[in-house]
Design a binder for this molecule. Structure first.
Ligand SMILES: C[S@@+](CC[C@H](N)C(=O)[O-])C[C@H]1O[C@@H](n2cnc3c(N)ncnc32)[C@H](O)[C@@H]1O
Length: 397
């Protein structure tokens, strides 16, 4: 892991110009920013049709292969992104255990449940930030061991407890704040801690508290790395702390910017919304003299159907900006052109997403190792089930 972390660290630092930017904001500059440093890369980006851009957005593997053809030094990304895929055979679920669990969530909890059962140490489970305890249900029913499900929202605790009681599962929900010191009270030394998609500080708090309490095992699938209290990422491991890489909240979002998988309608809405926002930004700069981007609040998707002019009138009213006579069609077209320019820029950042995520996961894993655990990082399901498919598996040595 140390070797892997060091390679990723130097890769990310060496090529930081290629991923450290916000495509939305950067796209105001009509030129690609790498024209003198990486002319071949830029030539290739300009040669892409809209269809090719869309296709590469949805297929990071082909994208990396294509970019490596023009920038062979990026081959290191592929080498450093490969993780062991867990061999799972599928669980035979007791009747009713899956009741009320949405389809994709079910696939996630079954895979993660099997992974946790495979590496199980201890005689109980602690389900961190459990929601309604879907994962806990699988663990309770498969192992018949006690599960403590810790969750902030009382309503989710109540719903989870009621379903567990109905199914006669040995589960107890505890309402509490995972970030508070008092959360430690939910822990005991017999528990194997699990966390499926606990966001930012929430999985960090588990890692710190569970290793401090020396729980026998942890199985953690992290997500939402940007949901942290501080402005920048605070590395946990000594390797992370000595790295020169400082990550802002905006940069911590990069690993989560997976391609929209919602089909044509979602894609069309995104195109409309982004091109409207980009077009309005140009309008405000060119007509109203703004020098910086003016953040516009989120909008109901259904309102986009009223068109660009209506969007601009709504947004400027919200921001109390007075608009003079404007050729809206012209700025709508500029917004659409700029959308494709933004998408070209994003393709380059896209190839670094997994490396950045792995850097973060390795920092956490190295910290857990420093606390006396043996740690493995694996993929527990296909990306199509969830792009957040990395699992940190730790057992006390
Ligand atoms: C992304 S959801 C994951 C839920 C569940 N593990 C799953 O995968 O279905 C994150 C959960 O963390 C809970 N949560 C948020 N802040 C929390 C806190 N401070 N303490 C405990 N739980 C919290 C949320 O209410 C939510 O249920």
């Amino acid at each position: 892991m140390k070797h892997h972390f060091t390679s990723l660290n130097s890769l990310l630092l060496t090529y930081q110009d290629l991923w450290r930017f916000e495509p939305f904001l950067q796209s105001v500059d009509e030129q690609l920013p790498w024209i003198s440093q990486y002319p071949q890369l830029c030539q290739w980006l300009y040669s892409l049709t809209y269809e090719q851009i869309d296709a590469y957005k949805a297929d990071s593997e082909s994208l990396l292969t294509a970019i490596t053809r023009v920038l062979p030094e990026l081959a290191a990304i592929k080498k450093n992104s490969q993780l062991k895929k867990l061999t799972l055979s599928g669980l035979h679920l007791e009747r009713g255990v899956e009741s009320g669990v949405p389809g994709r969530k079910l696939a996630q909890v079954v895979s993660m449940g099997e992974a946790a059962l495979q590496q199980h140490e201890g005689q109980e489970w602690l389900e961190w930030c459990s929601g309604k305890g879907f994962l806990g249900r699988i663990l309770a029913s498969q192992s018949q061991q006690k599960v403590t499900s810790f969750e902030f929202q009382q309503a989710l605790c109540d719903a989870g407890q009621s379903e567990a009681n109905k199914q006669k599962l040995p589960m107890t929900f505890i309402q509490g704040d995972a970030l508070a010191e008092s959360a430690k009270r939910a822990m005991n030394s017999r528990q194997h801690a699990v966390a499926l998609h606990a966001c930012g500080d929430l999985h960090v708090s588990l890692i710190k508290k569970a290793s401090n309490a020396q729980l026998p095992a942890m199985t953690i699938s992290p997500c939402c790395y940007h949901l942290i209290e501080g402005e920048n990422y605070q590395p946990l491991s000594s390797f992370g702390q000595s790295s020169e890489l400082t990550l802002s909240k905006a940069e911590l979002r990069i690993p989560l910017q997976e391609t929209v998988t919602g089909g044509e309608r979602v894609k069309r809405h995104r195109f409309e919304e982004m091109s409207f926002r980009l077009g309005l930004d140009l309008l405000l700069r060119q007509v109203c003299g703004f020098e910086h981007y003016v953040p516009i609040p989120s909008i109901k998707k259904s309102s986009l159907a009223d068109g660009f002019q209506s969007f601009c009138l709504w947004a400027t009213k919200k921001k109390q900006i007075e608009l003079p006579e404007v050729d809206f069609l012209h700025f709508q077209q500029l917004g659409e052109q700029r959308y494709w320019h933004m998408e070209r820029l994003s393709l380059v950042q896209q190839v670094f997403r997994r490396s950045l995520e792995l850097w973060l996961v390795l920092d956490k894993s190295l910290y857990i190792e420093e606390q006396g655990y043996q740690v493995d990082i694996v993929e527990f399901c296909a990306k199509e089930v969830t792009p957040r498919n990395i699992l940190i598996c730790a057992t006390k040595t």
